[in-house]
Design a protein around this ligand. Structure first.
Ligand SMILES: NC(=O)c1ccc[n+]([C@@H]2O[C@H](COP(=O)([O-])OP(=O)(O)OC[C@H]3O[C@@H](n4cnc5c(N)ncnc54)[C@H](OP(=O)(O)O)[C@@H]3O)[C@@H](O)[C@H]2O)c1
Length: 237
């Protein structure tokens, strides 16, 4: 088992939802965690809620902008001197029949979900080579199962799964681990949802937090490279 205590992680889209819950799990395990989002006020407020005894860093970064991700990684290296784990989690969803989907919605998804994970990888890959670190993308079961009104979102998440698997083959020679996590429905604010009792049947964000920690703790010789995770009883809706 790998010791994670003291390791440094960067989570994009950590102001709420899955990213926030993963940050919580990693802090509890004694890691140092940087979280980012487009709105500094909400990132700072999330960092305050997380506490973290000085082990948390709030960063304003829009993953659609490569320079923002470069600056985010620079800020982490300046503060902690290393970067061990990167979770490319920031993502958006617009769901509409393809003839009704707007260009703006299409480009917003491609720029965030697909270009964003590339920007995050590109900005952090040299630091991950130095640390023999771990790069994880938050894809979705929508990256393997297509559905009506999902054409844009499916395109991005199928892309993220392919991107991550190929990146895994490129980067393992540097002892960088690369995985993609593909969840089904998670009880978050995604797509303007307000998490409540109605979401009890879904995966809870803290379950993904535990999953990420399990991956990080796994022996260096073993790599679960593609992880599908789903609600056990979706029929309990
Ligand atoms: N919830 C689900 O059912 C589910 C299932 C499978 C996969 N996923 C994936 O899981 C990931 C996290 O989603 P979630 O459910 O936690 O959603 P969420 O609760 O809406 O949180 C999304 C996070 O991403 C940030 N974000 C959005 N656009 C960004 C950008 N351009 N740059 C930086 N940060 C950005 C948001 O902060 P700001 O808005 O303040 O920037 C927020 O912190 C996404 O990639 C999503 O596709 C979700």
């Amino acid at each position: 088992m790998t010791n994670v205590k003291g390791k440094v992680a960067y989570i994009t889209g950590g102001s709420k939802g899955i990213g926030y819950a993963v940050a919580h799990s990693l802090l509890e395990a004694g890691m140092k965690v940087a979280i980012s989002g487009r709105n500094m006020k909400s990132v700072k407020s999330a960092a305050r809620q997380l506490g973290g005894n000085g082990n948390i860093l709030a960063i304003e970064s829009d993953v659609t902008k490569h320079v923002d991700e470069e600056n985010a990684v620079k800020a982490i290296l300046l503060k902690w001197g290393t970067l061990d784990v990167v979770l490319a989690n920031a993502g958006v969803g617009h769901f509409a029949p393809i003839d009704e989907m707007t260009e703006l919605q299409w480009h917003n998804m491609i720029n965030t979900n697909l270009n964003g994970v590339f920007h995050t990888l590109k900005a952090s890959v040299e630091a991950l080579k130095d640390s023999k670190g771990y790069y994880i993308t938050l894809a979705s079961l929508a990256g393997t199962n297509f559905f009506a009104m999902g054409a844009g979102y499916n395109a991005t998440k199928f892309g993220v799964v392919g991107f991550t698997q190929a990146a895994m083959l490129d980067l393992r020679k540097y002892d960088i681990k690369v995985s993609t996590i593909m969840p089904g429905s998670v009880a978050t604010h995604f797509n303007n949802n307000e998490p409540s009792e109605k979401d009890a049947w879904k995966i809870h964000p803290e379950d993904i937090g535990e999953l990420v920690l399990d991956l990080l703790k796994m022996h260096p010789r073993t790599l679960p490279s593609k992880i599908e995770v789903r609600p056990s009883r979706p029929d309990k809706k």
